[in-house]
Design a protein around this ligand. Structure first.
Ligand code: ADP
Ligand code: MG
Length: 256
């Protein structure tokens, strides 16, 4: 059965989607079978995997409302060699429409249960909010990966996310754990980056991943080609870091 991970942080622009897409591609390079769930109405993970979000026949939206199953809605990212449950702006409507549904925080979990035997990893790219969509991600997952920039405000807001995860753990999903904090867009030349990084290690110990993702322009360029950075320029420092992160995750799930 697949291990399911949310990539979550309620801040926008912190590297959730870049991490989701490139971890998926990195794991695929390590011969892992991966499903990437795009749970953000912005559809950036969908586009980054090389799938056109305009005019999807079926998407995360229909799956959440129970109108379609994952097996029908998923598409193959040939670029990344993983499967994608794609999304677009329609998904924003699900937030409201789910209010009247039964078991509304477990819609994604129930949908994924039908196909989780087909994968080693299911990665969920969460929207930048602690919303009903994110709650569905947290209810479906075994663990949370939290990408963070090593900057002064990085820790601000982290406690809200940690408290939400604790509440979900206590009330809705006893399996849920914080797997780790992932340092992203790291600039080793900045003293501040080094300091915040050291602080994170002090406070969170082994909850900080060993792998550090550097700031690397190839990762930022790749989506405009509809490619994961790992596929776009496999030799780049960013791609290499995400492949190393994939290897770290493969080791982690052996202990879960
Ligand atoms: P989120 O999904 O949290 O909103 P994104 O993954 O979309 O964040 O990243 C925000 C922006 O930062 C994007 O333009 C992305 O290309 C860029 N970016 C993310 N990670 C890196 C990195 N390691 N190096 C350079 N640019 C990055
Ligand atoms: Mg995103």
């Amino acid at each position: 059965m697949a291990k399911i991970f949310c990539v979550a942080n309620q801040k926008g622009g912190v590297g959730k989607t870049t991490t989701s897409v490139n971890l998926a591609a990195g794991l695929a390079k390590l011969n892992q079978r991966v499903l990437l769930v795009d749970l953000d109405p912005q559809g950036n993970a969908t586009m980054g995997a090389g799938i056109n979000k305009a005019g999807l026949k079926a998407s995360t939206y229909e799956v959440m409302l129970g109108e379609c199953d994952v097996a029908t809605a998923r598409q193959r990212s040939e670029a990344g060699r993983f499967d994608v449950l794609p999304s677009n702006r329609e998904l924003a409507g699900a937030e409201v429409e789910m209010v009247s549904l039964e078991n509304r925080e477990r819609r994604l979990k129930d949908a994924l249960a039908l196909i989780d035997g087909e994968y080693e990893f299911i990665l969920i790219d969460c929207p930048p909010a602690l919303s009903m969509l994110t709650l569905n991600g947290l209810c479906a997952a075994h663990g949370v990966i939290i990408p963070m920039q090593c900057e002064y405000y990085a820790l601000e807001g982290l406690s809200d996310l940690v408290n939400t995860i604790k509440k979900v753990h206590a009330n809705l999903n006893p399996d849920l754990k914080i797997i780790g904090l992932l340092r992203v867009m790291f600039d080793p030349r900045m003293t501040l980056s080094q300091q915040v990084s050291a602080q994170l290690e002090q406070h969170f110990g082994d909850k900080v991943f060993n792998t550090i993702i550097p700031r690397n322009v190839r990762l930022a360029e790749a989506p405009s080609y509809g490619l994961p950075g790992v596929t776009f320029d496999p030799a780049s420092k960013g791609a290499q870091a995400y492949i190393a992160f994939g290897a770290e995750m493969v080791e982690r799930i052996k202990k879960m």
